[in-house]
Structures are given as structure tokens and as C-alpha cells.
Design a protein around this ligand. Structure first.
Ligand code: MN
Length: 223
């Protein structure tokens, strides 16, 4: 048997075996999740890897939204494949909201019992003229604070109001406290790009495993 003697989840011990050194089998358990959700409004499938390399294959039928999800994946160093077929003939609302639901659930599933994670993360992210300030707590309580200074309502035919619905669904399902403030920036593309990249960097920090964190990072003993 090649079991790690500590039995700790996420243990990084190297074990000496007949075939040489290898990483503990428990440490090999990747933080991944399957994505699957079908309703009368959307059909969504894919795969999610928390400790990825920023690789993506995303197709929602909404080019601007794909672009934002690609930035989120790239800068959080997730790996994401996502295919969404939604009722775009109605509008983009159901598809964007449901992608938020599946991504939040995937993140929560991949985090598992949330043992050994940093829990908190934040980012101050500039994009030329625009800035995003993002803070996240993966402590299990869903709450979104969302304040966008840029007043533009649309990018092409994409109604930017639904970005808040996306983050609310994402936040609810991931059971995280997410604060997004975009204090200034006149270029609308830059403003939203900063927001998605900022969420990515804050999540990267919060999801990171800290070897000094034993068990769940809360004095309550559960989150
Ligand atoms: Mn861009």
C-alpha cells in the first residue's frame, strides 16, 4: 500500500515505493467539478478545474460574455470548458444567470469541505483608465455587494445590468461573500474587464491552499 501516513487531505508527502518516489495519492485528488444543468431555458455542460493553468473552451453564444468568462478563467488560473445553449431569442438573461449558477456550484464542489484554504482574497485591478476593487470570503455565507461607477448600459446588444445577476448567482451557489466596487473608469469595456479580472485574482488568492491552515479556516469549526 502507498497510503500517506498522516492521512491528511491535501497532504503533499512524497512516499518511497518500489518504483521510486511518488506523490501521496491523497494529494493527487484534484479540485475539479463536472458542470451539468438542463432546464426549459438553458442546457449547460462542461468541466471545471480549480488548480488549472488558465485554459478555456467557452461557448455561450454571447461573444462579450464569453470574453469575460475567458478573462475570469485565465486570471484565476482555472481550467474551464463550458457549453451553454440558452433561449437567446428571448434575451441573454437566462443564459447569463444560469452560467453564474453552474460556475458557483462548480467552484463550491471543487472546494469540497474547504479545509486548508486561504479563505480570504482581494484584488485591486487596473485596466488603463478603469479600476476594480474586489474582496472575497469563501466562508460559506452568500452575500454580494456590487457598485459600478460606469454608467453605460450596454455593450453592443449585451445589457450590462445582467452582470450583477451573474455575480449574484455565482456568489449564492459558491456560498461566498463577494464585494465588487468599480470606482472609476469611463471606458465601459475596460471597466467590466477590470471587474472580471479582479474577481479572478481575488478568487485565486482565496482558493489557494495554505499548508499552515489545518482544517477549516474558521474558529466555528465548520463553514
Ligand atoms: Mn477585452
Amino acid at each position: 500500500m502507498e497510503l500517506c501516513t498522516t492521512g491528511a487531505r491535501g497532504c503533499q508527502s512524497l512516499l518511497l515505493t518500489a518504483s521510486g518516489l511518488r506523490v501521496c495519492s491523497i494529494a493527487m485528488s484534484a479540485r475539479t467539478a463536472r458542470i451539468g444543468r438542463n432546464t426549459t431555458e438553458t442546457r449547460i455542460s462542461g468541466t471545471f478545474k480549480l488548480d488549472g493553468a488558465g485554459r478555456y473552451e467557452i461557448e455561450t453564444g454571447i461573444p462579450f460574455f464569453d470574453h469575460m468568462l475567458e478573462l475570469l478563467t485565465k486570471h484565476a488560473l482555472f481550467d474551464l470548458t463550458l457549453n451553454a445553449e440558452g433561449d437567446l431569442a428571448v434575451d441573454y438573461h437566462h443564459t447569463v444567470e444560469d452560467v453564474g449558477i453552474v460556475l458557483g456550484k462548480a467552484l463550491s464542489d471543487a472546494l469540497g469541505d474547504r479545509k486548508g484554504i486561504a479563505r480570504y482574497g482581494y484584488s485591486l485591478l487596473p485596466m488603463d483608465d478603469a479600476l476594480a476593487q474586489v474582496a472575497v470570503d469563501l466562508g460559506g455565507r452568500p452575500f454580494l455587494v456590487y457598485k459600478i461607477a460606469n454608467r453605460k448600459k450596454k455593450i453592443r446588444d449585451f445589457d450590462l445590468g445582467i452582470v450583477e445577476h451573474f455575480f449574484r448567482s455565482f456568489c449564492d451557489q459558491a456560498r461566498m461573500n463577494l464585494h465588487i466596487i468599480q470606482p472609476y473608469g469611463d471606458d465601459v469595456h475596460h471597466a467590466y474587464e477590470a471587474v472580471f479580472k479582479g474577481v479572478a485574482r481575488a478568487l485565486y488568492m482565496a482558493c489557494a491552499r495554505d499548508p499552515r491552515v489545518k482544517g477549516v479556516p474558521t474558529s466555528k469549526g465548520k463553514m
